[in-house]
Design a protein around this ligand. Structure first.
Ligand SMILES: O=C(O)CCC(=O)C(=O)O
Ligand SMILES: [Fe+2]
Length: 282
């Protein structure tokens, strides 16, 4: 495996903006298609489990999620079963801990001791016109903890179009450092855990940055600094937006080492107990 996966220009761009798009980073046949096939198979298993007739065509990478819209229309909770199941696809696990992720982290953070954030990897399924699970504007650190200088590796499994609601980023916003959050948001009373956190002074903060929502394709990689502001787009298409997230942190970082590399909500920890100074009461 090549140790220098990024060019010096790409590395410099990442340091400057906290964001890097790497087209065609993954290998379609060995990295991506086996995961799409795994999802196709699990959709079939959930059909059998609920006595739904499987009249899908054969697997193809372009239409791996066929049948999924019909399933969630029949019963939304079957979509939740699929969401939990797909992170257990062996090909997905192989990609989570792919050497390339460690090598990229070593390039971007030369003194780092890279680590996979437990509970920090998964496959998002952002359904059309569904708002409850959209990620509002956030930095990754409060949602994941582990270390202040982590990386999100984000990669789509379906082509991003304007309609499907690509993720929106504020390049350069990592320079803010960790931004205080509040949980006081009456509009989002149905949200829990990391989904309930809101940036303090969000409007003012966002007004200072350009926003970009790159239209990436399967095989492309988006690398994100843990402190860059970002939010889910709005899916107004008629296909679910399937995307993968892998989060890496650095054991060799003083803030994370100070709290023992604790995880956040997904690890059963309330972020506010670790960083009370970053929480503003509602
Ligand atoms: O895919 C999304 O909508 C949000 C992604 C995100 O917040 C992340 O990967 O950290
Ligand atoms: Fe995020």
């Amino acid at each position: 495996m090549a140790k220098h996966l990024l060019t010096p220009e790409q590395t410099a761009q990442f340091q400057e903006t906290g964001l890097l798009i790497v087209p065609g980073f993954y290998d379609q046949e060995t990295d991506i298609v086996p995961i799409q096939r795994g999802i196709y198979d699990i959709i079939g298993q959930v059909m059998i489990r609920h006595g739904v007739e499987d009249n899908r065509g054969p697997f193809s990478p372009e239409t791996f999620d066929q049948g999924y819209q019909d399933l969630i229309r029949a019963n939304r909770s079957w979509g939740g079963e699929i969401y939990d199941a797909v992170k257990q696809i062996p090909a997905f696990f192989r990609l989570v801990s792919n050497t390339a992720h460690e090598d990229v982290m070593k390039q971007l953070r030369p003194d780092s001791v890279p680590a996979v954030a437990a509970g920090g990897y998964g496959i998002r399924i952002d359904n059309p016109n569904e708002d409850k699970f959209r990620a509002m504007w956030h930095q990754e650190y409060p949602a994941q903890l582990r270390s202040l200088d982590g990386l999100v590796y984000w990669s789509p499994l379906v082509p991003m179009t304007e309609d499907i609601g690509p993720v929106v980023f504020c390049p350069g916003s990592h320079r803010e450092g960790p931004v205080p959050v509040t949980t006081h948001d009456p509009d989002n009373a149905n949200r829990t855990g990391a989904y309930a956190l809101m940036l303090h002074n969000e409007a003012e903060l966002l007004s200072r940055y350009e926003k970009t929502a790159p239209l990436t394709n399967p095989g492309d990689l988006v690398i994100l600094d843990f402190l860059v502001l970002h939010a889910s787009g709005h899916n107004r298409s008629n296909r679910s937006r399937w995307s993968m997230q892998f989060r890496y942190f650095n054991f060799n970082e003083p803030v994370g080492r100070g709290h023992g590399w604790k995880g956040s909500f997904a690890a059963g920890v309330d972020f506010r107990t670790v960083h009370p100074e970053l929480c503003i009461a509602g």
